[in-house]
Design a protein around this ligand. Structure first.
Ligand SMILES: [Zn+2]
Ligand SMILES: [Zn+2]
Length: 270
């Protein structure tokens, strides 16, 4: 059965810790059949390290090189764009110059701070912090600058990933109206959501939470991808098999991979 991992970071990301070729070897070893490199591009990020355009040219070269040497795995060139309202127009312009397979639109920064950082939550109760995060996700999917520029929304629930509150869960019941607004926008625009497995060991659930994935299906959402968000070799493909079954239990028969910004379908077998 095909097993995609559509979200990994290498040395081309400021926080990545693996070479493209090494990531491919590890992916093959753990049974990944479709691997997409999604380096960070967070223009306007408060940490200077992240406030940059990844070297798309060298990334492409590295990917082409490994593709020519390796068979038995499909390799894709994507990007993970961090949403920041002030730089959305500039981001769209940069993306227009590159032929990518997949653009993931993620909300990392809320009110100027990456919500992985404890400072994003300090002085805010969980309800307030999580609501601001989701409001920013809503802003990202309704930003007219980006509507032609992205394919899927990354890791909805990212704020839950960094332990801060006693219970960090972000599920559907917490914000049903706001989550419906986000999911309906995504569906209306013909975009998709990503299920990010990296939340399992941190937040205790995938990002988004299974209850949100179920709701997305109920509302008519069908475009769904899966990614480990690995920054190191030991995380490539992590929890992908179990998560594919969970997605199937939510009603989905197929999972998407993207080539040249178009979804292609893989049947999720039992
Ligand atoms: Zn991310
Ligand atoms: Zn990522």
């Amino acid at each position: 059965m095909r097993k995609p991992d559509f979200h990994v970071h290498t040395y081309f990301s400021p926080d990545g810790h693996m070479e493209v070729a090494v990531a491919v070897e590890v992916a093959i070893k753990v049974g990944i059949t479709d691997l997409c490199f999604t380096e960070h591009m967070d223009l306007g990020h408060n940490m200077e390290l992240f406030n940059r355009v990844p070297d798309f040219y060298r990334m492409k070269e590295a990917i082409e090189q490994v593709k020519s040497m390796r068979s038995g795995i499909n390799i894709y060139h994507g990007v993970e764009v961090g949403y920041i309202k002030e730089t959305a127009e500039q981001t769209a312009k940069v993306l227009a110059d590159w032929e990518l397979d997949y653009v993931l639109l993620s909300t990392h920064c809320v009110d100027g701070i990456d919500c992985y950082m404890p400072e994003a939550k300090r002085g805010r109760d969980k309800e307030t912090a999580y609501k601001r995060y989701l409001e920013t996700v809503y802003e990202s999917v309704t930003d007219t600058n980006l509507q032609d520029a992205y394919d899927c929304v990354g890791h909805i629930g990212y704020i839950a990933k960094c332990n801060y509150y006693e219970d960090n869960t972000l599920d559907y019941e917490m914000f049903p109206e706001l989550l419906d607004d986000i999911l309906l926008q995504i569906i209306k625009q013909g975009k998709g959501i990503e299920v990010n497995t990296s939340g399992i060991n941190r937040a205790g659930h995938t990002l988004p939470h299974p209850s949100i994935i179920k709701r997305y299906y109920e509302l008519g959402g069908r475009i769904i991808t899966i990614g480990s968000d690995a920054h190191r070799t030991d995380r490539v493909g992590e929890n992908v098999s179990e998560t594919l079954q969970m997605i199937r239990d939510c009603g989905f028969k197929k999972i998407a991979v993207f080539s040249k910004r178009k979804p292609m379908w893989i049947t999720i077998e039992e």
